[in-house]
Design a protein around this ligand. Structure first.
Ligand SMILES: [Zn+2]
Length: 302
């Protein structure tokens, strides 16, 4: 922990998080140790026809009842606390569960979108997921579950549902088109402007902190490669091996909640009082020179 704190202290830090963040909130990881092998639906499969959409939405309908009850854990709170103290700048998450936002993380980029929104594939109208859930509830009373404790839930909020043939789909309220959760599916690209925004942040950062991601998908791994290429230190905190281990300056094999709590304790609670006078806006130090700088206080821009 001291090695991690020493590497991050006084640097402008961008943080990238993944599914391992949310396991302590009851949302399982696709790829963590002990996870059952799961194959999430791809974008092409979703678009292939109504049978696939019925299968997706029946699972999502049941999964949402569990997902909507999930709350941020100590790890989410610790990261929000470090952001509020200016120790971490922008938080970029691969998670779609909304728990970083619920914990108060700002600024926040939802790389893969938010499960709390639904988009029409035809007219691109975006509506709150809860509205669609209410409509699906009225259309499919037989699929409602009062208790989801025995239901197997995936990180994107779907659940295993045996029969989906009779599940009635809800169309777009504006044009009647196909509705899809406003999240990036496997086989779908992260919107270009979102990638560009994160690329610019990583380019400006003095350090990249990765928490709870095995970096299996390129959408997150590309930023680790980018940081490594430009000589920006990379810290990876994850339970189990990651695809970025060879590129990390410090690697912590541990859970997110306890590690982030300890890191916040180290970087926020024990920081020198003099740090209150520094701020984000001054010129960043030359490459590798940030280690002895005082901490930046409240992040006012970015
Ligand atoms: Zn529409």
């Amino acid at each position: 922990m001291q090695a991690v704190a020493a590497l991050l202290r006084g640097r402008s830090v961008v943080c990238l998080t993944g599914a391992g963040m949310s396991t302590d909130s009851g949302i399982p990881d696709y790829r963590g140790p002990g996870s059952p092998p799961r194959k999430p639906m791809t974008f092409d499969e979703f678009c292939s026809g109504q049978a696939a959409q019925r299968r997706y939405w029946s699972r999502a309908f049941v999964g949402w009842q569990h997902m909507a009850g999930a709350a941020p854990n100590d790890g989410h709170r610790a990261l929000a606390r470090m952001q509020a103290a200016g120790v971490i700048g922008t938080l970029v998450t691969q998670n779609v569960d909304g728990l970083h936002g619920a914990a108060g993380s700002r600024p926040l980029i939802d790389l893969h979108g938010r499960i709390s929104e639904v988009i029409c594939l035809e007219c691109r109208d975006v509506t709150p997921r809860q509205h669609v859930q209410t409509r699906l509830q009225a259309l499919n009373p037989a699929y409602a579950r009062s208790d989801t404790s025995g239901v197997e839930i995936a990180p994107d909020g779907d659940a295993l549902v045996d029969d989906s043939e009779r599940f009635a789909l809800a169309g777009c309220g504006t044009c009647g088109g196909r509705l899809k959760p406003h999240v990036v599916f496997f086989g779908e690209n992260v919107p270009k402007d979102r990638v560009a925004a994160v690329t610019a942040l990583v380019d400006e950062a003095d350090a990249l902190l990765v928490v709870g991601s095995s970096l299996t998908v390129m959408s997150g791994f590309r930023f680790v490669r980018q940081a490594h290429r430009s000589g920006t230190p990379v810290v990876i905190v994850n339970r189990g091996a990651t695809r970025g281990d060879d590129l990390a300056d410090v690697r912590v094999d541990a859970g997110c909640s306890e590690t982030m709590t300890a890191l916040a304790e180290e970087l926020v609670s024990r920081r020198p009082a003099a740090s209150a006078t520094s701020h984000w806006g001054r010129p960043r130090p030359a490459t590798g020179g940030g280690r002895d700088q005082p901490l930046r206080a409240a992040a006012t821009s970015h």
